[in-house]
Design a protein around this ligand. Structure first.
Ligand SMILES: Cc1cc2nc3c(=O)[nH]c(=O)nc-3n(C[C@H](O)[C@H](O)[C@H](O)COP(=O)(O)O)c2cc1C
Length: 164
């Protein structure tokens, strides 16, 4: 049984969650930023994490998703500024599922992640984005310990689901 935990992270939130997931799984495992992956062959499960950007998956991750082998077990996780459990992060995860055509999605998970001040300040100045920027300010203490604990539980649930 071999697991890969991989992530794309700009400001470190998704990396923090990836590390928690990596810690929680007690199997042969690797933790790598997505930019360092040469091949996705040979893993029984791949956990893939990303920050929600523009309500979707960062463009940099698209080739990675497209390159996944058919039937590959994949669990998706993300961090996002908007409220946990809301429609917007759900939409971004659904977009990722759509990109990973052929892969077997065995779970999805998302928690809030602090949004950089630069982004909040820029959005606050635009009337159409102000409401979202105000909501995103509430993410400043995330991911917190509860988020990371939930991420670990998610990871263990995924392994149980694939029978490990
Ligand atoms: C360019 C940009 C666009 C973003 N768009 C969204 C968004 O549409 N929805 C959302 O909930 N969060 C959005 N965020 C917030 C990030 O998803 C959030 O801060 C995330 O935790 C960053 O993760 P990272 O530290 O791993 O890069 C955006 C952040 C940036 C920088």
């Amino acid at each position: 049984m071999k697991a890969l935990v991989t992530y794309y992270s700009v400001t470190g939130n998704t990396e923090k969650l990836a590390r928690a997931i990596y810690e929680a799984i007690h199997v042969d495992k690797e933790l790598l930023p997505v930019q360092e992956i040469k091949s996705t062959m040979g893993y029984d499960i791949i956990f893939v994490g990303f920050p929600v950007q523009a309500h979707s998956v960062p463009a940099k991750l698209i080739p990675f998703f497209r390159g996944l082998t058919a039937g590959q077990n994949v669990a998706l996780f993300c961090t996002h500024g908007s409220l946990r459990g809301g429609q917007l992060p759900k939409q971004a995860l659904e977009h990722a599922v759509g990109l990973a055509t052929g892969a077997k999605i065995v779970g999805t998970f998302g928690v809030r992640g602090r949004v950089s001040e630069k982004v909040i300040d820029a959005l606050m100045k635009q009337v159409e984005h102000r409401a979202w920027a105000e909501e995103a300010q509430g993410a400043h203490e995330h991911p917190n310990e509860t988020d990371l604990t939930d991420g670990k539980e998610f990871a263990r649930g995924v392994l149980a689901k694939i029978g490990r």
